[in-house]
Design a protein around this ligand. Structure first.
Ligand code: ARG
Ligand code: ZN
Length: 467
């Protein structure tokens, strides 16, 4: 809201030739260093208020205390950030909850709430390039948000704790964040829960201590992670820990009610990770695992280093969520519009797994989908341009996204295709990738003009022709 109003003012009242700072002065924002507030969003057309401008978060230190009986959360977030511009004010994303204090460095800062924006005004301006630390204390009963597609997202209470998933915008329901995948950070997440409950997060469990009927779990995710991939899932869990032949530490937490159904699938995790590493290149993280909860959510999420399932997953889902560790988690989106780079790739990993493990070939899976009539929902919109946040988890993104990769495979042949997948994961490891960059990489590796293929499969409405 504020953003669009401001844009309107700038567009109508001020000629384009007037510099931005001067324009802000004319628009009445006051002092000589005007127009240096960070933007309230990261510029994503589907989620305009997700993320923020003007700084990058290097590290989140989250200390949470969750009472599973009252569902009350008491928390402190310490963000280590770096200003990317002169900043007199900046935003964090936080929805619901009560903020009791904000400091920048050791000094109390001004703050106000405006929808999902927590607007922070430090006592003195931050200069471009300056590293700073923001401490936010907050508390209350976290509530999930409802996504444009109607699904619940964020901190979702369960009968024994909480299922915590944040794609695309749920991180802000439990911690103040620069909540857009453009911004990746390391995390320390410390969660205190009643004794007998387990709190599971990303990365490595550094310590677990019990005192006075409370247990504190300290988790560390040292490789860069987007906010939506953070979790702090709480419940009664059976825990299993081991190290794979490749030296990856595995931590599985399973709701006992799902344990017998989950066991045969979870047993395959090391072999799935090994198979995916052969195909996509080395597993991108030091830690792996699974969180199998019992929750009425309707989806699983590729929470970084440790996917989260709302019930015992089948093998395809395990393959899918772990494939996301390469595609989505290690190589992140810069815009939600490119979501097929996550979902199309993870779905194609399922097809490849089937093909190489005695099931249907990818060609057969492709053919049965391609047989659907032009009126089918599969062709409702092109996956490279889902149109809005409402469609980002729709069938075209997953299935037609995977079909796009299959068309690419047919066009360039297996050796080049698998080289493309490995090059993509390797060259963008720990960072970001866009659809345009993927197309360029595929053309580079194959020496072919692939624009017609990608234009037709990713961007053209209606059922495409198949080669
Ligand atoms: N990325 C998840 C998957 O692997 C889906 C998440 C859906 N989230 C949602 N809010 N609907 O398929
Ligand atoms: Zn997925």
């Amino acid at each position: 809201m504020r953003q669009s109003r401001r844009q309107t003012v700038a567009r109508t009242a001020v000629p384009l030739t007037i510099p931005v700072a001067l324009a802000a002065l004319l628009a009445g924002s006051g002092t000589a260093v005007a127009a240096t507030g960070g933007a309230p969003g990261a510029g994503d057309p589907y989620f305009p208020l997700s993320g923020n401008g003007g700084y990058h978060v290097e590290h989140y230190g989250l200390t949470l205390r969750y009472d599973t009986s009252t569902r009350h959360l008491d928390a402190t977030a310490v963000l280590t950030a770096r200003a990317t511009q002169h900043l007199t004010r900046f935003d964090l994303d936080l929805k619901g909850l009560k903020v009791t204090g904000v400091s920048v460095g050791h000094t109390r800062a001004g703050f106000r709430r405006d929808g999902q924006e927590l607007v922070v005004t430090p006592r003195r301006a931050l200069h471009q390039g300056e590293q700073f630390r923001v401490t936010v204390t907050y508390q209350g009963t976290p509530k999930p948000v409802t996504d444009p597609d109607g699904s619940a997202d964020g901190w979702i209470p369960t009968d024994d704790g909480a299922f915590v998933a944040g794609e695309p915008q749920g991180a802000m329901t439990w911690f103040p964040a620069n909540s857009h995948p453009k911004d990746k950070s390391s995390y320390d997440i410390t969660i205190t829960v009643p004794q007998g409950r387990t709190a599971v997060s990303n990365g490595r469990l550094l310590s677990r201590r019990t005192a006075h009927g409370l247990t504190t779990f300290h988790w560390r995710q040292s490789e860069p992670m987007a906010a939506y991939l953070a979790t702090a899932t709480v419940g009664k869990f059976k825990v299993e820990q081991y190290t794979t032949r490749d030296g990856i530490r595995v931590y599985n937490a399973v709701d006992p009610r799902e344990a017998s159904a989950a066991a045969p699938v979870l047993k395959k995790l090391p072999s799935v990770l090994e198979w995916e590493s052969k195909l996509f290149g080395p597993y991108p993280f030091r830690n792996a695992g699974s969180i199998v909860d019992k929750a009425d959510v309707g989806y699983a999420l590729e929470t970084q280093s440790r996917p989260l399932y709302d019930s015992a997953p089948d093998l395809s889902t395990l393959v899918h969520e772990n494939a996301h560790q390469w595609f989505g988690d290690s190589v992140s989106l810069t815009s939600w519009k490119d979501i097929w780079l996550n979902e199309g790739f993870a779905t194609y990993a399922e097809w490849l797994y089937s093909e190489q493990h005695g099931g249907d070939s990818a060609q057969k899976t492709f053919d049965s989908l391609y047989a659907r009539p032009a009126s089918d929902g599969l062709w409702a919109f092109p996956p490279g341009n889902p149109g809005s946040g409402k469609n980002i988890f729709g069938t075209p993104v997953y299935a037609r996204g995977a079909m796009t990769l299959h068309e690419l495979r047919k066009a360039v042949g297996d050796p080049v295709f698998f080289r493309i997948l490995r090059a993509w994961a390797g060259e963008h490891r720990g960072g970001h990738g866009t659809t345009a960059q993927f197309v360029r990489l595929a053309e580079r590796e194959s020496g072919k003009n692939l624009h017609p293929l990608f234009t037709s499969w990713l961007y053209t409405p209606g059922k495409p022709n198949s080669a």
